[in-house]
Ligand binder design. Structure first.
Ligand SMILES: Nc1ncnc2c1ncn2[C@@H]1O[C@H](COP(=O)(O)OP(=O)(O)OP(=O)(O)O)[C@@H](O)[C@H]1O
Length: 256
């Protein structure tokens, strides 16, 4: 991508998720530093960068897990800066976590049902036992390929299967934008392929993706648009073939 494309856009693309000047420090560490980024709606967007470059903190600021110190987040033309996570979810943005967030002693199906309700876990379980939710949960478990495990406790699943469960849980709310934090991390190659295939299919059905990932094979083959972070700031963005030849990106990764 050219330097001009890195300039703040006066008006983010219609329907896109965008941040302007987003910053977040922890003590003296500027984890996210003046991040102005526009993601492409309807596309598979990736956020990459060396360890500690601020990708997860950026995700957390966008999804309301952390309040940014300054800057703004907008989605479909609305300012969603600092909204709590459930409001961000209501706006149509779903997310998964670097370390899976599931309830290990609940069954796979119960995990699916609690993912669609707010309130206490018990309240969620009681209110979620509706036929429509159960049908939808089973349909999504089939879709991600773990329907045969619906009665297993989540803790008995492999890590890759837990990631698939988490993704299926995110899909319960039918978000139009899905943010995945390291979907391939710690997952075996066969399940990485399955996750990649699911992302592709869901994208072809209209879902927008933002994916933080270290697996370069996956990112380069899957993404339409890549944003590269270094020391909290976006340093390059563009199509995979453009980004991978960008000297700033090589420098960030290799420290040359
Ligand atoms: N809660 C926190 N308290 C203090 N420092 C933090 C906190 N969260 C993140 N940091 C620091 O902020 C910087 C960015 O971390 P972050 O986890 O966002 O990077 P990352 O790019 O997601 O890293 P990785 O690829 O290793 O997951 C790091 O220096 C990290 O140590």
């Amino acid at each position: 991508m050219s330097d001009t494309e890195m300039q703040p856009r006066a008006e983010p693309l219609a329907g896109s998720l965008a941040t302007v000047g987003l910053s977040k420090s922890f003590g003296g560490v500027r984890a996210v530093d003046d991040a102005t980024v526009t993601f492409l709606p309807g596309k598979i967007n990736a956020v990459i960068g060396p360890n500690g470059s601020g990708k997860t903190t950026y995700f957390n600021c966008v999804t309301g897990m952390i309040k940014p110190d300054s800057g703004s987040v907008s989605y479909r033309g609305n300012d969603i800066t600092g909204r709590p996570p459930h409001r961000i979810a209501q706006a149509g943005i779903g997310r998964s976590f670097q370390l899976c967030r599931i309830f290990p002693r609940m069954t796979v199906l119960e995990n699916m049902l609690v993912s669609v309700r707010s309130g206490t876990v018990l309240g969620k379980l009681v209110s979620a036992r509706q036929r429509t939710d159960i049908d939808r949960a089973r349909e999504l478990l089939t879709r991600v390929g773990i329907d045969h495990l619906e009665h297993a406790e989540a803790r008995d699943l492999s890590y890759g299967q837990q990631k698939l469960l988490e993704l299926a849980g995110v899909l319960m709310a039918d978000p139009e934008t899905i943010m995945l934090d390291e979907p391939a991390g710690g997952v075996n190659p066969a399940l990485i392929d399955r996750i990649g295939g699911l992302v592709r299919t869901l994208n072809s059905e209209g879902k927008t993706f933002l994916i933080v990932e270290h697996n370069m094979d996956m990112i380069m083959s899957l993404s339409d648009h890549i944003v590269v972070f270094d020391r909290g700031s976006p340093i390059a963005a563009g199509a995979p073939e453009v980004v991978q030849d960008d000297p700033r990106v090589l420098e960030a990764y290799l420290g040359v």
